[in-house]
Design a protein around this ligand. Structure first.
Ligand code: B12
Length: 352
């Protein structure tokens, strides 16, 4: 389910992207025209949030088109409707927005280009009408949690940093490695933190606290790890511009470093031009890029194109990963990378 059979021409997606700002303006205007009470309740701020939300819908729409698979869009619609409903906002507005976007593109794109776009939008509307109890694909790719993950989650929720650290340190006995503890204890707990935030069971402050504790735990456990002999191989890791989710990439980077690679970890939201300069100066054999939201697909594709154009045959192998690439099969191919891995353990297997 979700696979849509069409040639997702990049030309069609470019057209969609170039119309997105106009579509967001036009559909916001129509929503406010249909519901004059909204302006009285939420004023200009509500209007600009509505426009921003529409731009997010379009990001997910275009990534589904890149993937030739409506799954990321359908899952996004279900995710958003959960976020809205759990905060007391009826998802009827969401359905209306999707239908209005469909109308907008119906009158701005040639009929022969419309098929795939309408199919994806309709899939989103259908998801709202008959929601199936699905968990997002990125949850299905999540490694099997170890028992300790529950305790770790409890420690995060109660803000107990020492307990979180002890849980991981105690689990770190052979054959359990640093990367095992990362993907099978920390990662599932952080995903659960995300789900709790999504359904409004914890606040953004509590999510930030969990992240801060986890960063500290990862740094402390890294300091106790046993390192393999140096390999004389260099890898550089960075989150693409706009991606603030750096923790997962840190886990990947640490896995490489512990296995003997020399690494540079550039962290979150690295500006494209500086990233390219850093790569061409340091000349790693491998570049690992992390993208978390479907809106990151386009910029990653552009960066990879620029890297290949500037570095030619000396361009390093490009490995990609992150939640955005875990949202649909082969979505990573849309960014023109050489390899993809679903998690840090998988990355160590993919890169020989
Ligand atoms: C912590 C967190 C944040 C923090 C990140 C802080 C930091 N320094 O990292 C902050 C507060 C910045 C944040 C912001 C946002 N977040 Co956030 N966040 C999370 C949360 C709870 C945990 C992320 C995490 O650390 N996971 C644990 C790591 C270990 O897992 P991972 O990232 O998947 O990484 C693994 C693999 O993906 C892979 N991998 C990752 N990168 C790479 C790279 C390579 C090369 C390879 C090979 C593999 C690889 O290997 C990693 C290790 O195994 C997630 C929930 C979730 N499911 O992940 C939400 C989540 C990702 N966020 C979400 C959202 C919506 C947002 C915001 C839009 C919220 C907002 N309105 O502001 C913003 C967007 C910011 C941006 N532009 O990037 C949603 C995304 C929903 C969706 N459908 O896509 C999620 C899923 C929460 C949810 N359930 O609703 N977030």
């Amino acid at each position: 389910m979700g696979q849509i059979n069409f040639p997702a021409t990049s030309q069609m997606i470019e057209q969609l992207d170039s119309l997105s700002s106009q579509a967001a303006d036009e559909v916001t205007r129509r929503i406010y025209e249909n519901h004059p009470g909204l302006y009285q309740r939420f004023g200009e701020k509500g209007k600009s949030t509505c426009r921003e939300d529409l731009l997010h819908h379009l990001d997910y729409l275009s990534s589904a088109l890149y993937a030739g698979d409506s799954t990321p869009f359908r899952e996004y619609v279900l995710w958003l409707s959960g976020v809205l409903e759990s905060r007391g906002v009826p998802s009827a507005h969401l359905k209306e927005s999707l239908l209005l976007l469909n109308e907008f593109f119906g009158s701005h794109l040639p009929a022969d280009r419309l098929g795939p776009l309408t199919a994806v939008l309709q899939n989103g509307v259908d998801a709202l009408v008959t929601p199936l109890p699905v968990s997002p694909r990125f949850h299905r790719l999540l490694p099997e949690p170890m028992m300790e993950s529950r305790d770790y989650l409890q420690a995060l929720l109660s803000g107990n940093r020492p307990a979180a650290l002890n849980t991981v340190l105690k689990a770190l006995c052979p054959p359990i490695t640093l990367v095992d503890a990362g993907v099978s204890i920390i990662q599932p707990a952080m995903y659960e933190i995300g789900t709790l935030w999504e359904y409004n069971h914890i606040t953004t402050a509590e999510e930030h606290m969990a992240t801060a504790i986890t960063q500290n735990v990862m740094a402390q456990t890294f300091a106790t790890a046993e390192f393999a002999e140096p390999l004389d191989r260099k890898a550089l890791f960075a989150c693409i511009p706009g991606n603030h989710h750096s923790l997962g990439l840190r886990m990947v980077s640490d896995a490489f470093e512990v296995s003997g690679w020399t690494v540079q970890f550039l962290g979150a939201d690295v500006p494209a031009s500086d990233l390219i300069t850093q790569i061409s100066h340091w000349q790693p054999e491998l570049v690992g890029l992390s993208l978390s939201l479907p809106g990151h697909i386009k910029v990653t594709r552009t960066i990879i194109e620029q890297l290949r154009a500037e570095l030619g045959t000396s361009c390093p192998t490009i490995l990609v990963g992150g939640l955005a690439t875990n949202q649909a099969d082969k979505l990573w191919k849309a960014v023109n990378a050489d390899i993809w891995a679903a998690d840090a353990r998988d990355a160590m297997k993919e890169v020989k």
